[in-house]
Design a protein. Structure first.
Length: 438
């Protein structure tokens, strides 16, 4: 009997030992599980903090962009208001002349009075619109769900609030190359008239002409006594080409209807041409010792006036006139490589750039510019091999991105909004890129 009891006790001891071992294993697993939970918690906390930092970064980027938009909007209001006020002063002066000549009841005086009334109403409307700030965006950092983060990122990425100030922002990312015309020598200038594309190349006396639909070469324009064209523009109102030849001190005028050629001489060195808002021709005169200026000529080549440039604007390459009547000048001097916004007296209002460089907000030899209908500006940043896009108040919008292509020293740019295109001409590369901006 006692042996049987002993056997049972031994079996119970074995079971107890087995249970003890199982408990030890359970404790070990529990300890490991606790460590795993701690690791997962730490990982989740780390990810949460990282996502929160990303959210805060996107939020700050969004706020900065909105502040930039507001700044551009206020600057545009200010420039337009200055333009209307200037016109109002001129109208009041003209009305006084009418009154002094006893013409206060004439049709001309009545028209001037109507224009003065319209200008006054426009100024009031501008002031009322200026009091309406852009809607601000508020993001709560307490909402850290993936959907909230995704919505915030999408909002930042797709920001395109003001069509007038930011019509080019999406284009900088989505620009599409329609055609690339093969190299044929350094491009001096590009112009479009009706359904034809004109290209001037350095040291070539003929102007190349292409059909704008097929992009095939159709003919050449031969200009008498033209040897080295360095820029080109077309006037639709005059149906003329204007060809810059600074090395020989001439501006050539080609009537596209009669094919007659004329020219006028300019005593000083200059770079590129542009059209003023009134249809006149603008030359950017580049002279050392603070004597650089913008000179305006009639379409027939008669001198109208000059605007002296600030002494810090040395070696100016081109000037263009905005709808506000202000000018934008790009220059590549010994101290600065910049784009400058100046008023009608030549005073600097705003600048973009500084000492030459390749970083954000820097330039290296800005050589050519063009503006769209909203006064957004494309700048050929030549030695950085890129085209930068800036707003009317000279805020950075983006760079032209062309999939599959790298620019080689772009020197001239041209908007053709009727056809929905942007043209970029290279210096060293010699190619002409035709991009869709629709």
């Amino acid at each position: 009997m006692s042996s049987q009891i002993q056997d049972k006790l031994d079996k119970i001891k074995v079971c107890v030992c087995q249970c003890t071992d199982e408990l030890d294993l359970i404790k070990t697993d529990q300890s490991s599980f606790t460590e795993d939970i701690s690791t997962v918690k730490s990982d989740i906390t780390s990810r949460y903090k990282r996502l929160q930092k990303q959210l805060e970064s996107h939020y700050n980027e969004l706020i900065n962009k909105l502040e930039s938009i507001e700044k551009d909007r206020l600057n545009m209001f200010r420039l337009r208001k200055e333009m209307v006020q200037q016109q109002l002063v001129e109208l009041n002066g003209f009305q006084k002349q009418c009154d002094g000549m006893g013409l206060s009841e004439s049709d001309e005086s009545n028209k001037v009075s109507d224009l003065i009334g319209q200008a006054d109403r426009l100024l009031k409307r501008q002031d009322e619109q200026n009091k309406e700030p852009l809607k601000s965006v508020q993001v709560s950092f307490m909402d850290t769900s993936s959907q909230a983060l995704s919505d915030t990122v999408n909002l930042v990425g797709d920001i395109n609030v003001d069509e007038q100030s930011f019509s080019l922002r999406s284009f900088a990312v989505k620009s599409k190359v329609v055609q690339v015309l093969s190299p044929g020598g350094s491009v001096g200038g590009i112009a479009v008239h009706e359904n034809e594309l004109f290209i001037a190349r350095y040291n070539k006396a003929q102007i190349e002409v292409y059909d704008m639909t097929s992009f095939k070469s159709t003919r050449q324009v031969k200009v008498s006594e033209l040897f080295n064209p360095e820029d080109l523009l077309a006037s639709s109102t005059e149906a003329c080409l204007y060809i810059s030849e600074p090395s020989f001190r001439y501006v050539h005028r080609v009537d596209l209807k009669s094919q007659q050629n004329t020219k006028w001489s300019v005593n000083d060195a200059w770079n590129r041409l542009s059209l003023a808002r009134n249809g006149n021709i603008l030359l950017t005169i580049s002279i050392p010792q603070n004597k650089s200026r913008i000179q305006e000529y009639t379409p027939q080549g008669k001198f109208v006036k000059s605007i002296s440039l600030d002494g810090s604007i040395d070696s100016p390459a081109q000037s263009i006139q905005l709808s506000s009547s202000h000018f934008v000048v790009c220059h590549r001097g010994t101290t600065y490589h910049r784009v400058c916004l100046i008023d009608s007296q030549g005073t600097i209002v705003q600048t973009y750039g500084g000492p030459k460089g390749s970083g954000a907000g820097q330039m290296n030899s800005p050589t050519g510019m063009a503006c769209d209908r909203y006064d957004n500006i494309a700048v050929a940043d030549c030695k950085n091999n890129r085209v930068q896009l800036i707003s009317p108040s000279l805020s950075y919008l983006g760079d032209i991105k062309m999939k599959g292509y790298d620019m080689v020293r772009p020197i001239t740019v041209l908007f053709d909004e009727e056809a929905g295109r942007l043209y970029i001409g290279e210096d060293n590369g010699g190619r002409v890129f035709i991009l869709s901006i629709k």
